[in-house]
Design a protein around this ligand. Structure first.
Ligand code: HEC
Length: 270
């Protein structure tokens, strides 16, 4: 009886040790073994994350990496909600291999600022469409720009407050004639929104492509207001295409320009 009990105890101890041993402890290069690994490691590909696990995958490590790593957009496509832009791919403007990313960025920014061919792709067809765009723009301006650039666009928002505010850098005054001297292109506005300037941070992650242009329309209306004229961006074009048609045209134009190979994006088209 006594013997039987000790045999049982011994067997239990051995079984328990075996069980623990089989689970295996991580040590050095050895990652340890797991009981039912498929419960701990997803067998689905995780987008943009290389979670290859040797004990539980459908393919080789290379195949897994191929499926999971970020891929380039399909050539000639524009993701929904994005606007094509000729400045979409920084690499298009690289002159020599010597150029660092920072120099390249700076160069492209300077090009954007003076590029008069950058025009607001949101072209309201009639007064109602314009009013709707300006209403959205005003709302976005209030949220994102007004604290610094002021309600009137005079660069005197509450944060700056004539120099007495918390924010020491003087924001640009959109309605001051000085602002026009350095050029008043849409590209200059777009560049400020995309990349910021001086003490102004980028707002690329705050405003969608369409929203950026709605804000620019609104700032233009503030400027027109200051000059005492009606803001009428498409008055000259009596047969202006609808917004949808404009977007399609811009997309087609860009598609034709598409380069042979896809390049890394730098966020301009976002
Ligand atoms: C936190 C404060 C702040 C906010 C918010 C801000 N700006 Fe600015 N902005 C500045 C300052 C400061 C400057 C002047 C930078 C310089 O000249 O060094 C400036 C400059 C600019 C310029 C002139 C760029 C140039 O090339 O001279 C534009 C255009 C502009 N901002 C647009 C905007 C728009 C549009 C928004 C909202 C989406 C916005 N800013 C939000 C602080 C701000």
């Amino acid at each position: 009886m006594k013997n039987t009990r000790s045999i049982y105890s011994l067997a239990t101890i051995i079984a328990a040790s075996l069980l623990l041993w089989s689970c295996g402890r991580a040590d050095g290069e050895f990652t340890g073994s797991e009981y039912m690994p498929d419960m701990g490691h997803s067998i689905a590909y995780e987008a943009n994350v290389n979670t290859y696990y040797y004990n539980n995958t459908w393919g080789t490590e290379e195949a897994y990496y191929d499926m999971a790593h970020p891929r380039k957009p399909v050539k000639g496509t524009v993701a929904r909600g994005y606007l094509p832009s000729k400045y979409q791919y920084l690499e298009d403007f690289r002159a020599t291999g010597e150029e660092t990313q920072v120099i390249l960025q700076e160069k492209v920014r300077k090009m954007i600022i003076v590029d008069a061919s950058i025009v607001n792709p949101i072209q309201p067809r009639d007064a109602d469409e314009l009013a709707a765009v300006l209403e959205k723009g005003a709302h976005l301006y209030k949220i994102n720009c007004e604290v610094c650039h002021g309600e009137a666009g005079d660069g005197n928002g509450v944060l700056y407050n004539g120099g007495d505010g918390k924010y020491s850098a003087k924001p640009a005054n959109f309605i001051n004639d000085d602002f026009y001297k350095d050029g008043n292109t849409d590209g200059r506005f777009l560049n400020a929104i995309l990349h910021g300037k001086g003490m102004m941070q980028s707002h690329a992650d705050k405003l969608s492509p369409a929203e950026r242009w709605e804000v620019i329309h609104y700032i233009r209306s503030l400027q027109a207001n200051e000059k005492g004229v009606d803001y009428n961006p498409v008055a000259a074009v009596n047969v202006a295409p609808s917004m949808e048609e404009t977007m399609e045209a811009v997309t087609e134009e860009h598609t034709e320009e598409q380069h042979e190979e896809a390049h890394d994006g730098d966020g301009h088209g976002k």
